[in-house]
Write a protein that binds this ligand. Structure first.
Ligand SMILES: NC(=O)C1=CN([C@@H]2O[C@H](COP(=O)(O)OP(=O)(O)OC[C@H]3O[C@@H](n4cnc5c(N)ncnc54)[C@H](O)[C@@H]3O)[C@@H](O)[C@H]2O)C=CC1
Ligand SMILES: O=C(O)C(=O)CO
Length: 362
């Protein structure tokens, strides 16, 4: 017999049953549910990461139980079979916007850590190897005036681009299926500001192909969704056209990079550096990656700030609650701030439902 899983129950007599597969940060999300007649069951097992297949099983169980909604505590939902959710009449929620700046900040941190060899230098220092200042010690790359390449200039890609442009006066080249008009306007205006102050203006370019970005950029950060078009977007051929001392950052999804090919490239090109938050076979790294000094690796922490994680929990809970209440879907998933005001009652809407199922169908 399967071992029973441990759960914590809030408001046991609540009319609507909501299950959280993990304990989530903060308490507002719990309050919002229990104040609205929900019985909340939180799975307290230390490790409950659901695979795509687990979520499929969950959908049919949800349907059998008369359930109507599932929400990821994440903006990315490549782990969810949305077609299967549709077949089971289940609304799928996600948590856009609240993590945009936090994720971009981590991508910027990885960029700096890789470009300036922070982790290597830290390890060297702790190992007691420092004997005094030397002209060649941990020489890295200057970002100012270089070109930052962004692949996937959506919410996070654009926020990252702005940080690198405004912070380090980098020029921009980007590739996306859509034009990033607001980002382009920002760079133009910032360039004019710099020029008016007697400084070299920054510039932008929308690349016709991804290869143009890879060839031209000194730093490349990946921010697309993961789907069939972006799987192994960085492959051996594309690595080969990048500058030998480029910095590549990935805080999107691991399979966007062919990680085996990346390890080979890192071995062959010691001046090439990467900053990775995500991995092809999480929680594992491909063989050899952990030994590469020119790789900075962190465990999928890009959205890990207290405010952000609490906000993600709130949005995920409100997606589910909104479906229970029969609320409409919020019109603009890029502007979710009204749901995040700690002291205010959230709007009567589901913050973000990706399969846009009308409440009446559920
Ligand atoms: N590492 C982490 O903890 C986090 C990772 N993410 C990942 O970042 C992704 C992006 O998030 P947002 O910026 O909020 O989404 P978004 O939807 O605003 O941006 C994604 C962009 O990718 C572009 N895109 C799609 N297919 C493309 C292709 N073939 N080539 C180039 N561009 C393409 C889209 O047009 C869009 O502009 C999420 O889907 C998620 O996988 C998001 C948050 C945290
Ligand atoms: O939001 C996402 O997509 C994540 O990966 C976790 O923040």
């Amino acid at each position: 017999m399967a071992k029973p899983i441990s759960i914590e129950v809030w408001n046991p007599s609540g009319k609507y049953r909501v299950v959280s597969t993990k304990s989530m940060p903060g308490t507002r999300w719990i309050r919002l549910l229990t104040d609205n007649d929900c019985r909340l069951e939180i799975c307290t097992e230390a490790k409950t990461i659901l695979s795509v297949d687990d979520i499929l099983v969950l959908f049919s169980a949800l349907k059998r139980a008369g359930g109507t909604a599932f929400s990821n505590m994440a903006v990315g939902y490549n782990n969810v079979d949305v077609e299967a959710a549709n077949r089971n009449g289940i609304a799928v929620g996600n948590t856009p916007g609240v993590l945009t700046e936090t994720t971009a900040e981590l991508a910027a941190s990885l960029t700096l850590a890789a470009a300036r060899r922070i982790v290597e230098a830290d390890q060297f220092m702790r190992a007691g190897l420092y004997e005094g200042w030397l002209p060649h010690l941990f020489v890295g790359n200057l970002l100012k005036g270089q070109t930052v390449g962004v692949i996937g200039a959506g919410r996070i890609g654009s926020a990252y681009a702005r940080m690198m442009i405004e912070g380090f006066k980098m020029n921009l080249i980007y590739y996306d299926l859509y034009q990033a008009t607001r980002l382009e306007k920002f760079v133009t205006a910032y360039g004019q500001f710099l020029k008016a102050n007697g400084e070299q203006p920054v510039t932008w370019k929308r690349a016709a192909t991804m290869e143009d970005v890879l060839r031209e950029a000194d730093v490349i950060s990946l921010h697309p969704v993961l789907d069939k078009t972006t799987y192994h977007l960085i492959n051996p051929e594309r690595l080969a056209i990048m500058k030998k001392d480029a910095v590549l950052v990935n805080a999107s999804r691991g399979p966007v990079i062919d990680e085996v090919a990346l390890v080979e490239h890192l071995k062959a090109n010691p001046m090439f550096r990467v900053g990775l938050d995500v991995f092809e076979d999480e929680p594992y790294m491909k063989p050899g990656l952990a030994d590469m000094k020119n790789a900075v690796v962190v465990p999928h922490i890009a959205s890990a700030s207290k405010w952000t994680r609490e906000g993600m929990a709130t949005l995920a809970a409100l997606n589910v609650l909104g479906k229970i209440k029969g609320y409409p879907v919020w019109g603009n998933p890029n502007q979710v701030e009204p749901f995040l005001k700690e002291s205010a009652t959230p709007p009567p809407a589901c913050p973000s439902i990706v399969n846009g199922m009308p409440s009446s169908k559920l």
